[in-house]
Design a protein around this ligand. Sequence first.
Ligand SMILES: CC(C)(COP(=O)(O)OP(=O)(O)OC[C@H]1O[C@@H](n2cnc3c(N)ncnc32)[C@H](O)[C@@H]1OP(=O)(O)O)[C@@H](O)C(=O)NCCC(=O)NCCS
Length: 197
Amino acid sequence: MRSDPDAIFDQFPALETARLTLRQIRPSDAPALFAIFSDPDVTRYYDQPAFTELAQAEGLAARMPQRFADRRTIRWGITRSTDDHLIGTCGYAEWKRHFRCAAVGYELAQSEWRQGIMTEALTAVLTFGFTRMHLNRVEAYVMTGNDASMRLLQKLGFQEEGLLRQYGYWQNAYHDLHLFALLKRDFSALQDFVKPA
Ligand SMILES: CC(C)(COP(=O)(O)OP(=O)(O)OC[C@H]1O[C@@H](n2cnc3c(N)ncnc32)[C@H](O)[C@@H]1OP(=O)(O)O)[C@@H](O)C(=O)NCCC(=O)NCCS
């Protein structure tokens, strides 16, 4: 297996956790993506309103794997190991290779909230990022009020570094975004994962 970060694009790296399988997103996931993204509670803090048409989800189901095929970045579909049905997605929205830095993004169907699913999925995604992608820093941008997302990040060891004033612009308004970041040296799951030989 090649060890340079770009080798991750040679074959889609499915990830397994105790309860979950993180796999490539496929066109057939469009209805499940529509169910997730048409819920205004899921998209409340997003730069786009809730989906109203299946075609929007079909576009997303095509774009997400295309970014992987273009060797730009990676987004996993989250399923329970017992079931191939997509319940969420997570991955790296932006990868600045020369800085060894990427931004993480994630969302989960509301029916699955508060069961530790995203903590479990992101632990695998972060472990993958800090090892296979050679990341040193993972960032997250969170809108004021998105307490679930902020607490999730803090639970994973992210630190809030500041408020990016009017950093986002969507729906005719500027939005302040909280910058969170996790450094490789501070990611405790990694210490368990990479045991000295
Ligand atoms: C943010 C989100 C992914 C959390 O997923 P989740 O699987 O429910 O999160 P977890 O169950 O792993 O919870 C992790 C921690 O976050 C906190 N948390 C999660 N949901 C919360 C909520 N609704 N209110 C307050 N705290 C919450 C808890 O502290 C929890 O830890 P604990 O259960 O040990 O106390 C989910 O709420 C979601 O999809 N939101 C909409 C999309 C979104 O906003 N994405 C992020 C954009 S920046």
